[in-house]
Design a protein around this ligand. Structure first.
Ligand SMILES: [Zn+2]
Length: 233
């Protein structure tokens, strides 16, 4: 794919992205407690932004520790953002928004969209779960679906944002499984799909091979299956 951005899958729903100007963005940085994240990628030193899809522990992960260590901005839905503040996030690092909202940073913008899931943090209600669309200036659009099942707005998001790369949960049990995820690819029509939220724990049984097989039957989206820690863009 013709792009200047760099992207790594770190296991589960965690991604590291680097913008064309070198800004480092983590999405759902569940790293130190993630059995799939390689040791040398569990505690990043250089982070500019953390983007969160929702409040569950396997997504917020190391956010508060990384924020304290690096001073990065933490971008999250409004209720979750307030809970993170209550748990120690500095006010000047806090960026809150809500669904449909777009925020512009350096050389990219971030939009919060719907996901069909729940959200809590530290036992408290954390608003609604979302997906995150990251549009890089003069470059690709990366859409992280968060935790979700299939829903018909995905087709609209495909039309609206025309994402080049989508990160899709396939593990089943807490999210959709491979076949439903493949139908999402058919609705969104991105060039590339990367499966996530599988294999981390024994209950997450959805297989990336099944996802690739079903997607091949439904549409032309290319399924790329990185190893945890592997760079795929
Ligand atoms: Zn999850």
């Amino acid at each position: 794919m013709d792009t200047k951005i760099k992207a790594w899958w770190l296991g589960h729903s965690a991604y590291r992205l680097e913008s064309p100007s070198g800004k480092v963005i983590y999405i759902d940085p569940f790293l130190s407690g993630n059995p799939k994240t390689p040791e040398d990628q569990k505690s990043p030193e250089d982070v500019d932004y953390i983007l969160l899809t929702h409040g569950h522990e396997d997504h917020v992960g190391d956010t508060l520790e990384i924020a304290k260590k690096t001073g990065c901005k933490v971008v999250a839905q409004v209720e979750l953002s307030h809970l993170l503040k209550k748990h120690g996030l500095n006010e000047d690092q806090r960026v809150e928004f809500n669904k449909g909202g777009t925020i512009h940073f350096d050389d990219f913008s971030v939009t919060l969209v719907s996901a069909n899931h729940s959200s809590s943090f530290g036992g408290e209600y954390a608003g609604e779960a979302g997906g995150i669309v990251v549009s890089f200036e003069d470059d690709i659009c990366f859409y992280h679906l968060g935790d979700t099942n299939i829903f018909s707005d995905l087709e609209l998001y495909g039309e609206l944002y025309e994402p080049h790369v989508i990160a899709v949960p396939i593990g089943d049990y807490y999210t959709m499984g491979p076949q439903e995820a493949a139908m999402c690819c058919e609705m969104i029509r991105a060039k590339m799909a990367v499966p996530m939220h599988y294999g981390t724990f024994p209950v997450l049984t959805g297989s990336p091979e099944d996802f690739k097989k079903f997607t091949g039957e439904y549409c032309e989206t290319d399924v790329v299956i990185p190893e945890p820690g592997e760079q795929f863009l």
